[in-house]
Design a protein around this ligand. Structure first.
Ligand SMILES: *[C@@H]1O[C@H](CO)[C@@H](O)[C@H](O)[C@H]1NC(C)=O
Ligand SMILES: *[C@@H]1O[C@H](CO)[C@@H](O)[C@H](O)[C@H]1NC(C)=O
Ligand SMILES: *[C@@H]1O[C@H](CO)[C@@H](O)[C@H](O)[C@H]1NC(C)=O
Ligand SMILES: *[C@@H]1O[C@H](CO)[C@@H](O)[C@H](O)[C@H]1NC(C)=O
Ligand SMILES: *[C@@H]1O[C@H](CO)[C@@H](O)[C@H](O)[C@H]1NC(C)=O
Ligand SMILES: *[C@@H]1O[C@H](CO)[C@@H](O)[C@H](O)[C@H]1NC(C)=O
Ligand SMILES: *[C@@H]1O[C@H](CO)[C@@H](O)[C@H](O)[C@H]1NC(C)=O
Ligand SMILES: *[C@@H]1O[C@H](CO)[C@@H](O)[C@H](O)[C@H]1NC(C)=O
Ligand SMILES: *[C@@H]1O[C@H](CO)[C@@H](O)[C@H](O)[C@H]1NC(C)=O
Length: 684
């Protein structure tokens, strides 16, 4: 409660605000009694909320948001007739509930725009395509067409190859076979690389690559629904297909900033957004695993053993449930080495889904010309890397449009390393949405457009707002019209949940719910790591806090942050102890002979975390630099005044600058954040 002492300045501003608020209310009341003036009254209500917010913001800036927690009761008279919070409160907060205040950051704040490099779509190869592919829906065959005369083209078939540890890393490329005009592809052809040569001198004119979603890979299993032990599975005729469309590292703020067209599209088409969606773990793996398994990271590591050969194959991933119930399944992701289940992991020995175009991804990255942006292959061959994934997604939905499908399509290449780059894909992504519309996907499928987290390093993360940027991924869900008509209460609940705290575990529960829509909430399975999480088609409790949502304190954005002085003596002590904990981790893992010892060089900022409910210990967010290399860290830690000790789990220390080049000598993902390798002689 010590913070109450520095409230007085803010209170004065509040009094002025409340007085003008009362005048406005009287004024308003006079107007609202006259029905003809109701539209003016609406405007005035908005102004009143604006005033309230202006005050709130001023106080926030004066006092680091503290006043908002103590001022909550003042909201009473400002509630609109239905008793809900005014819309403008929610311009400033994604969540404003009794135990969670999640501030909304302005995507167009000056500091972010200063470093944002806007770009537009430009195709990777401006030359005319020499081969085009068509799909005949009647006989379900693909055809290759040569677009100009006087050339000869051949194709190399791409196949999955290798076994055991290498099954997900190897592909086989057949020798190039020439084909006739309008060649009809055999059904066993999943992906090819093509070469076209000029007839007269055999000069290589163009290389390209194509994938084909060949029908019939899914084998139905009628006994499965019984074995799945589902109370009452959704009858086949009411079964929505599910399409997960994911962009790595995309926060709500950065989405609005970099993809305005897409943002407008989703709003205009009435997609449902979860504005209080908070990541549950550090990077892609834990967050996607929470969705796909309902496990927390330690359970994901121990049950699914991603670093062991076949570990992931035995993992109870959600798409298996879908498959057992007769859904055709697909999963595709770009950026071979860094894909979710492959980066520092062993991937899958057997294809995890009916359709799994990883061989294509490996082959194009190796065989075709590449253009890197920020160290990631951005253009591969004639297309943007992500387009191979999206083209596959469109084909998958088109070829199986009469069947129930579950597909997850994930891209890293234009968003992972450079927060500005998604701007270059905005218009293109919208085109893909229109393609989905043309195929009729939105009439039958539930579509989820989402991310795993925000930017975790680099200039955007380094801004003052970086703490929130990292923790608030986008989440949008589309429901087909028939579904909305059949389950109006689910739609109502989704609207309520828009501004409630939610987590990836809720999404896991939702995807399970879709398989048994007639089962009441009480009988639905709960995610293993979060028994208080549930389907977002049911109302999320107003009183929810991060622990109820399965979100560890370090990742929680429900606190308000208050700037604190860097010069206080205990702050230096906290930073020293954080460095000591890091060095102790390196030592405990026997890494001190390859990693340098870190030394505190600068405390960049300190913020006190203030919860709606006061906590036993003071809690700080500290951003500090260490030598060598001025490595930049951020940690949230409790401080026990009595013992003068911090409590920290080093896995909760974030590294904010890019470190992959400096930490090449270690494999462990936690050690990588702390290890500045000693210079090593180049391998011979
Ligand atoms: C807190 O400090 C940071 C710089 O460390 C500054 O950018 C920010 O505006 C400050 N916030 C408030 C509310 O004073
Ligand atoms: C980026 O460029 C697009 C297209 O020119 C424009 O519509 C958008 O407003 C720009 N974004 C920002 C933040 O300036
Ligand atoms: C598609 O295939 C059917 C059956 O083989 C054929 O009759 C039809 O002409 C084909 N359509 C196109 C556009 O090629
Ligand atoms: C069908 O499902 C059952 C129950 O999950 C399983 O034991 C069996 O192996 C499956 N059969 C096929 C052909 O996949
Ligand atoms: C889908 O079903 C419709 C009507 O049942 C049928 O006309 C159409 O040919 C089917 N399409 C495919 C790709 O199977
Ligand atoms: C990031 O992407 C932008 C395009 O939006 C580009 O202008 C910029 O050079 C890229 N930054 C780096 C470091 O490659
Ligand atoms: C992870 O979840 C399991 C239950 O599934 C629980 O026992 C364990 O304590 C959790 N671990 C952490 C670090 O939260
Ligand atoms: C630590 O590493 C060194 C060399 O890398 C090795 O010789 C030593 O046995 C290791 N010690 C422990 C306790 O693992
Ligand atoms: C630190 O957190 C990790 C991941 O959540 C967990 O596995 C580990 O047991 C924790 N360590 C301690 C000492 O609490």
């Amino acid at each position: 409660m010590a913070w109450l002492s520095d409230r007085s300045a803010g209170q004065k501003t509040w009094k002025i605000c409340i007085i003008c608020g009362i005048f406005l209310l009287i004024f308003l009341y006079t107007f609202t009694t006259s029905p003809t003036l109701s539209s003016i009254a609406t405007d005035l209500t908005d102004n009143l909320y604006d005033d309230y917010i202006a005050c709130a913001e001023e106080n926030a800036f004066n006092e680091g948001n503290i006043i908002l927690t103590s001022a909550a009761p003042q909201l009473g008279p400002l509630r609109n007739p239905s008793g809900t919070l005014g819309p403008n409160i929610l311009d400033n907060y994604f969540v404003y509930t009794s135990r969670c205040r999640m501030p909304a950051i302005n995507p167009f704040a000056r500091d972010a725009l200063r470093i944002f490099e806007n770009s537009t779509y430009s195709s990777c190869d401006k030359t005319k395509a020499l081969i085009s592919v068509s799909y005949n829906e009647t006989d379900r065959r693909y055809k290759l067409h040569m677009n100009i005369a006087d050339i000869r083209c051949c194709y190399k078939k791409i196949l999955r190859d290798g076994n055991g540890a290498e099954a997900d890393n190897k592909f086989k490329l057949w020798s190039c076979k020439y084909f006739q005009q309008d060649f009809v592809l055999p059904h066993d052809m999943d992906a090819i690389i093509t070469e076209c040569r000029r007839l007269k001198d055999k000069k290589l004119l163009q290389q390209d690559a194509f994938s084909f979603v060949q029908p019939g890979k899914h084998v139905a299993n009628r006994t499965a629904s019984i074995a799945l032990n589902i109370g009452q599975s959704t009858p086949a005729e009411n079964r929505p297909s599910v399409l997960l469309w994911g962009i790595d590292s995309m926060s709500r703020m950065n989405f609005q900033r970099t993809m305005p067209q897409m943002h407008k599209f989703l709003r205009g088409e009435n997609w449902h957004e979860l504005q209080g969606y908070n990541k549950m773990g550090d990077n892609t793996f834990p967050n996607l695993m929470a969705i796909l398994t309902g496990f927390n990271n330690s359970r994901s590591m121990s049950v699914c053993r991603p670093k062991a050969v076949s570990g992931m194959d035995a993992c109870p991933l959600l798409w298996k449930d879908y498959k057992e119930l007769g859904y055709t399944t697909a999963y595709a992701e770009d950026w071979g080495r860094f894909a979710t289940f492959n980066y520092n992991k062993k991937g899958f020995v057997k294809p995890p889904t009916d359709y799994y175009p990883r061989p294509l991804v490996l082959a194009i990255e190796k065989e075709l010309k590449k253009a890197l942006v920020s160290n990631v292959p951005y253009c591969v061959g004639r297309r943007h890397y992500a387009e191979y994934i999206y083209d596959y997604a469109i084909q998958f939905t088109k070829v199986h449009k009469n069947e129930s499908t579950f597909g997850m399509f994930w891209t890293n290449s234009f968003s992972h390393n450079n927060f500005s780059l998604p701007s270059s894909m905005d218009v293109k992504m919208l085109e893909y949405m229109h393609s989905l519309q043309r195929v009729g996907i939105f009439e039958k499928s539930i579509v989820i457009f989402f991310s795993d987290h925000g930017m975790r390093f680099g200039p955007l993360r380094n801004l003052h707002s970086g703490f929130l940027e990292e923790r608030m991924p986008i989440f949008y869900i589309w429901l087909p019209n028939w579904f909305k008509a059949k389950y109006p209460e689910f739609v109502h609940n989704l609207q309520l949940n828009r501004n409630r705290l939610t987590s990836p575990y809720d999404i896991h529960a939702t995807l399970k719910h879709i398989l048994q829509l007639e089962t009441p909430l009480a009988d639905l399975p709960r995610p293993e790591a979060c028994s208080t999480c549930h389907s977002i088609f049911y109302e999320v409790a107003e009183s929810r806090d991060c622990s109820d949502a399965g979100i560890e304190d370090h990742w929680c954005t429900c606190h308000t942050l208050k700037n604190s002085s860097r010069s206080e003596i205990h702050i230096k002590e906290i930073a020293q102890q954080l460095i000591a904990a890091t060095n102790a981790y390196l030592q405990a893992n026997n890494l001190t002979d390859i990693c340098q010892t870190l030394k505190l060089s600068n405390i960049e900022s300190v913020q006190r975390k203030v919860s709606v409910q006061p906590k036993e210990f003071e809690s700080y967010l500290v951003r500090y630099e260490a030598k060598p290399e001025n490595a930049l860290f951020e940690a949230s830690t409790d401080w026990d005044k009595r013992t003068q000790l911090i409590s920290i789990n080093v896995s909760d220390i974030s590294r904010l600058d890019a470190y992959s080049e400096l930490s090449k000598c270690v494999d462990d993902s936690i050690a990588k954040k702390f290890c500045i390798c000693f210079d090593m002689p180049e391998p011979k």
